[in-house]
Ligand binder design. Structure first.
Ligand code: M6R
Length: 612
């Protein structure tokens, strides 16, 4: 969701900006632009659509070969349609500005500035911020003071990159509720919304703290607080390389990332198992004595991460018998959830920058509840602000459709459930050890074998290329899996999907089942197999075409009345959802690729949703 890049150095800034913007494409955007300081002024080029359109325009402009300091932006439209004019950077008389986030009081600011003689050309909220900083700059004559004055007025979320006509070779930046990183390298200084934009230039960066202005020069960066004091920021190291952020021979990031699941799970889980073979999170509150004090657990997240939470609920309640409430983060803070000091709130997020998840975290903290985040991006806001954090070691996830991040979130929740079950006296150490071993060794191996089904899944997917609707059905934990299967397929293939608990169909939805409607039934739990099979019979007798995805054991033992059955390799039934997750991800991938969709960058979607 919107991408920021800025470069100041001794070289032409345009290649740095374009390369950074391309590296941020995965975040989702519908227009792009750059602004470069040239001959004591600032030149701006903006274009609706892909970065190629912008590059074409740049090539016929005067900024092509000049200008060693510039800022660039990919915009994901919120206020005003995608258009050249609404694209960033936005100009004010003294400056150009790029922005990620939403200015909530932009209308008020525009009204105030209109009275001062300012005019507005775009429909965006961002232009108000650009002109407000200009307004203070004209009065105070100092970029840092102007930025602080303006951000005192602005309500909402922002990461700003600003260059001034009269301050050459310098980029100014500040953020609130939107991520922004800063780097100083031998090639020059950078700002970016995300690591991929700077990964080929450096392996270390600063995650800019809120309320601090970063001043990025050619050779150095400095940070200043509201009082004008120098602020020290923590330098972080990027623990993945350019190769990991490339497709590595796969046609799309999504399929590459699905293939990384075994290793991601192994890495995430094995680092949390102690020498005694039992879970060890290295967090005081998660040790066996303290963990039992939590009476209720709330898992809060968005999208796929929330679906991982549903899997977590099933497993935690099954083996630890502690009640778990799963909340959509965007609803959590507004429904005034009942929270007590004995509760634990777990925030799940791949990016750690999802605005709703961050707001939910802050809400929980404001109620004095202990918060634990499970996050993939080191140093991200959700990771930093929670009372404690467990990182998932999935490595960079570039595809908008989340796959390996989901699997590792589920894996950590399984491990957490084992620890909680021990703490609650529901699981012997011997059994817990056995589950930990299976999770670290057998699950990754079985997923690797499941990946070998890719060709069979691709063949099966041909049947669905022209489908307009599809239903996923399952019971128990599989109904949670259905939600994720359905989200995966609809976000990348644009096929309308519904996820239903199989027993719920006859309470209304079955009226949608007609001749040839595809239904995919997921079955991992043997004690529910016959129930799902009767659901299959119900839809079959109304003409549905049924694909069953199940375990080897169930496929061998039951006569499943489906048109096609895909069975996953042998694994303990308790862990079978991991294998089915891989199958439904491959299923969605092959259908979307077969339909010619832009698999890694589905329309209208952003990788990291940093606005409410
Ligand atoms: O970065 P997060 O895990 O917080 O993101 C949450 C959702 O936006 C994300 O999972 C989204 O649903 C994905 N596009 C799903 O594939």
């Amino acid at each position: 969701m919107c991408g920021i890049i800025g470069y100041t150095g001794t070289k032409n800034s345009v290649p740095f900006l374009l390369q950074g913007l391309r590296a941020l494409e995965y975040r989702g955007y519908d227009s792009a632009g750059v602004a470069v300081q040239i001959n004591g002024g600032i030149n701006t080029v903006k274009a609706k659509g892909r970065i190629d359109n912008l590059e074409e325009k740049i090539n016929s402009s005067e900024i092509k070969t000049d200008g060693t300091c510039g800022i660039g932006h990919t915009r994901w439209a919120t206020h005003g349609a995608p258009s050249d004019i609404n694209s960033h950077p936005h100009r004010a008389p003294s400056l150009a500005l790029i922005h990620n986030g939403i200015i909530e009081n932009y209308a008020e600011i525009e009204e105030m500035l209109s009275a001062e003689g300012y005019t507005f050309v775009s429909e965006t909220d961002t232009e108000a911020a650009a002109k407000l900083i200009d307004y203070y700059f004209v009065r105070l004559g100092d970029p840092v003071k102007a930025i602080f004055e303006a951000t005192d007025v602005i309500r909402g979320s922002y990461a700003f990159g600003v260059i001034f006509d009269s301050y050459p070779d310098t980029i100014y930046s500040i953020r609130k509720d939107s991520p922004l990183i800063v780097a100083s390298t031998e090639e020059g200084g950078f700002i970016a919304s995300d690591i991929p934009a700077i990964l080929s230039h450096t392996s270390s960066y600063y995650q800019l703290e809120e309320g601090i202005v970063a001043i990025i020069g050619k050779n150095n960066v400095s940070f200043v607080d509201r009082k004008g004091n120098e602020s020290s920021q923590t330098r972080l190291t990027i623990d993945w390389n350019v190769e990991q952020a490339q497709k590595g021979g796969f046609p799309h990031f999504m399929i590459k990332e699905i293939h990384e699941e075994p290793e991601a799970i192994r890495k995430t889980v094995s680092t949390r198992i102690g020498e005694d073979g039992l879970p060890d999170f290295g967090i005081r509150e998660l040790d066996i004595v303290r963990l039992s004090k939590f009476k209720n657990i709330h898992i809060v997240a968005c999208g796929t991460a929330m679906h991982a939470g549903l899997i977590g609920k099933n497993i935690i309640e099954k083996i630890a018998r502690v009640p778990v409430n799963v909340d959509i983060a965007s609803e959590f803070r507004y429904r005034d959830p009942i929270l007590s000091k004995d509760d634990l709130v777990i925030l799940l997020s791949q990016s750690g920058e999802t605005a709703d998840t961050l707001a939910a975290l802050r809400h929980a903290k404001s109620k004095g509840v202990y918060t634990l985040s499970i996050v993939n991006v080191i140093g991200s806001s959700v990771a930093r602000e929670a009372d404690s954090v467990l990182y998932t070691w999935a490595g960079p996830e570039i595809s908008v459709a989340s796959t390996k991040a989901y699997s590792v979130q589920c894996a950590l929740l399984y491990l957490f459930a084992v620890q909680l079950a021990r703490a609650c006296g529901k699981l012997s150490d011997a059994f817990a050890k056995e589950l930990c071993r299976k999770l670290t060794e057998e699950v990754p191996e079985a997923i690797s074998k499941t990946l070998e089904l890719s060709k069979e899944i691709k063949n099966a997917s041909r049947h669905y290329l022209a489908s307009e609707h599809l239903f996923f059905i399952g019971r128990g934990i599989d109904s949670a899996l259905c939600s994720e299967a359905s989200l995966k397929l609809k976000e990348i293939s644009y096929i309308h999907c519904e996820a239903y608990a199989a027993g719920e169909l006859k309470h209304g939805t079955i009226s949608l089942i007609t001749d040839g409607i595809p239904v995919v039934a997921l079955m991992t739990e043997e004690f529910l197999a016959e129930k799902v099979i009767s659901g299959i019979r119900e839809v079959k007798s109304r003409g549905a075409n049924v694909l069953a995805i199940t375990t080897k054991e169930i496929a061998e033992k039951y006569a499943i009345p489906a048109d096609k059955i895909i069975s996953v390799p042998e694994v303990d039934e308790f862990f079978a959802p991991f294998l089915l997750a891989t199958v439904v991800q491959l299923f969605a991938y092959h259908i979307a690729a077969g339909r010619g969709c832009d698999v890694d960058k589905p329309r209208n979607l952003a990788k990291s949703v940093t606005v409410e």
